[in-house]
Design a protein around this ligand. Structure first.
Ligand code: DX5
Ligand code: ZN
Length: 229
């Protein structure tokens, strides 16, 4: 099992299964892992925080059963992430990331981020927090010491295959300045062979990729190029 709490020597490639063939999911995952992807990124959407619906705990359970050693990075695009901590931990998730936009004070009836971080750790997972393109990163600064990973969205969440938004790059720079070296800084959305070097130069060390990887004729070449970005 990958230990993301160690500082990586090269960027980690997180294969986002949203662009995999869902009818052949385990096979698709084995394929990208065999071509060098470091971990799997699983996008959970509830139809409220974003309009789309994707997958949930049963997908995590199925992946864990078929791939006992894979690191599962779960990105929750849901309104009430606090309701799913226990069930995702039991299903086999390793990292549980929730959006700053569903926390207080941005949302008065939202969750308390510090309490949720503690609950995630108590359940045996690593905690991560996510910011959408229009949300400033400052709201994350008080939590950086307690987080294993921060995810900066470089598209509006909801689906794969969108174009990278370069305006988010200064957020990576700010977060990298304030974070301890072992905190992972992940970028998600429109990461491909044209955009990856800018993300890495700005401080990203964990690269989520869905369409650029699963849609490639030569998946290994994509992974290799991202590792060397
Ligand atoms: C978008 C998801 C992403 C998405 C990325 O809401 O969070 O993980 O799968 O897709 P690409 O890499 O195609 O932009
Ligand atoms: Zn994602």
């Amino acid at each position: 099992m990958l230990d993301i709490t160690n500082q990586p020597k090269r960027p980690l490639v997180a294969a986002s299964i949203l662009s995999a063939d869902f009818g052949r999911m385990a096979e698709e995952c084995r394929d990208v892992l065999g071509r060098g992807a470091d971990l799997l990124h699983v996008d959970v959407m509830d139809g409220h925080f974003v309009p789309n619906l994707t997958m949930g705990q049963d997908m995590i359970r199925g992946l864990r059963r078929n791939l006992p050693d894979v690191f599962l990075d779960v990105h929750l695009m849901v309104e009430r992430p606090q309701e799913y901590v226990k069930s995702f931990a039991e299903a086999g998730a390793n990292l549980f990331s929730f959006h700053l936009e569903v926390c207080r004070p941005a949302r008065p009836d939202g969750v308390d981020a510090r309490e949720l971080i503690r609950a995630i750790r108590d359940a045996g997972m690593l905690p991560g927090m996510v910011v959408n393109p229009p949300t400033p990163a400052d709201g994350l600064l008080p939590f950086l010491d307690d987080l294993a990973l921060v995810l900066v969205m470089s598209v509006y969440p909801g689906r794969s295959g969108q174009s990278f938004i370069p305006d988010v790059l200064p957020k990576l720079e700010l977060l990298r300045q304030h974070a301890r070296p072992t905190m992972r800084l992940e970028i998600d959305g429109g990461v491909n062979l044209q955009t990856v070097s800018r993300a890495v130069a700005a401080g990203a060390d964990t690269l989520v990729t869905a369409s650029a990887l699963f849609g490639a004729r030569d998946r290994k070449a994509v992974v290799d190029a991202m590792h060397n970005a």
